[in-house]
Write a protein that binds this ligand. Structure first.
Ligand code: NAD
Ligand code: AKB
Length: 316
């Protein structure tokens, strides 16, 4: 990778991916872009930035040409709960952005990373230790775009030789940007609420298990996968990755170890509960470990210590 374009850079992932890429490849070599322009803080000031509407192929092509981009990170999407409330928007952004990125990558011979999600699985998928290759019949529009995106990205690799790669992220937990309308958002919000108010009202049932990953590991996954020697890859779109699996009850008990008076109560959101119930309880990420050395550093215990330390400073 020499010249990198990040599309959808202002979101939960891009806000941390852009600085990480700039640290490795040099500020001038990483262009941050989003529909929301101008980009604020490090994203706008730490290196080149521009406005890109990912549903407009010319926006992407002009930037790729101008900056001689060889690698695109396509992060533009509408997350599961928001997409379910507006399915056409979810489809248009999710698929529109991907197809445009694939076509530009084909024309300019760029590599392309587009995250998939645990949302690419559905209720017929084995829920525990979900295998890498298994049944994928999601029941959300978000999941439909993710499965279609995996297939389309593999198609562009096989048909045109485009270097497409992807991971199926679980719920991502972070402390820089807030999550953007997903089903797993509660696992971020609970830390903010614990520190600010000492209590949290959870939209999911106490026993709802899902996979999660701390953002430093999510950033490593994207960069390491894009760096790995392609001859090592048997799979491409997309690899199961996970850092931990827990329910609201389990994360609340972990937080209580540090904030003993913390209280959780439940007010179930039927939309989010339905989505969560259709997703796996825990993923098997052994194929990512074998093919490109995936090895996350954080578990629930170490992540919770870090989240609480960082947020206590941030929310002072
Ligand atoms: P986010 O919602 O936080 O950010 C998405 C960004 O895309 C926003 O800054 C938004 O302004 C931008 N955007 C929306 N429409 C756009 C358009 N037409 N053109 C350009 N930019 C546009 O999302 P995120 O959490 O950073 O997720 C990035 C990718 O990772 C998505 O594909 C998402 O499905 C996937 N993913 C995220 C998680 C997670 O927990 N955050 C988990 C699994 C997969
Ligand atoms: C969501 O909940 O929509 C995302 C995801 C797991 O894809 N966090």
């Amino acid at each position: 990778m020499k010249n990198i374009l990040v599309i959808g850079a202002c979101g939960q992932i891009g806000t941390e991916l852009v600085p990480a890429l700039r640290k490795i490849y040099g500020s001038d070599h990483v262009v941050a872009s989003d529909l929301n322009f101008p980009l604020k803080g490090e994203l706008g000031e730490g290196g080149p930035s521009c406005k890109i509407d990912a549903t407009n192929i010319n926006d992407i092509a002009e930037t790729v040409k101008k900056y001689k981009i060889d690698t695109i990170y396509n992060l533009a999407a509408i997350l599961s709960a928001t997409a379910e409330a507006n399915p056409m928007l979810g489809w248009n952004i999710g698929m529109g952005a991907l197809l445009n990125c694939l076509e530009v990558a084909r024309e300019y011979k760029a590599a392309l990373f587009t995250p998939s999600s645990i949302g690419a699985f559905g209720p017929e998928t084995p829920a525990d230790k979900t295998p890498q290759d298994t049944i994928q019949r999601p029941k959300t529009i978000y999941g439909v775009t993710k499965v279609a995106g995996e297939l389309l990205s593999d198609y562009y690799y096989k048909r045109f030789g485009i270097d497409t790669r992807s991971v199926r992220y679980p719920g991502l937990i972070s402390n820089v940007a807030l999550p953007g309308g997903g089903t797993t958002d509660y696992a971020v919000e609970i830390y903010y609420a614990a520190i600010k108010e000492g209590k949290f009202t959870c939209p999911l049932r106490a026993d709802t298990c899902m996979d999660m990953l701390y953002m430093p590991d999510a950033i490593d996954a994207a960069i390491n996968l894009m760096e790995v020697d392609p001859t090592k890859l048997i799979h491409r779109n997309s690899f199961n990755v996970t850092g931990m699996s827990f329910s609201p009850e389990i994360i609340a008990n972990e937080i209580k170890k540090h904030i003993p008076n913390f209280e959780i109560q439940y007010n179930i959101d039927p939309l989010k509960q339905g989505i969560a119930d259709s997703w796996p309880n825990s993923l098997d990420d052994s194929v990512a470990r074998q093919e490109w050395g995936w090895n996350p550093k954080y578990n629930l215990e170490t992540m919770t210590i870090d989240m609480i330390n960082v947020l206590k400073e941030k929310l002072k």
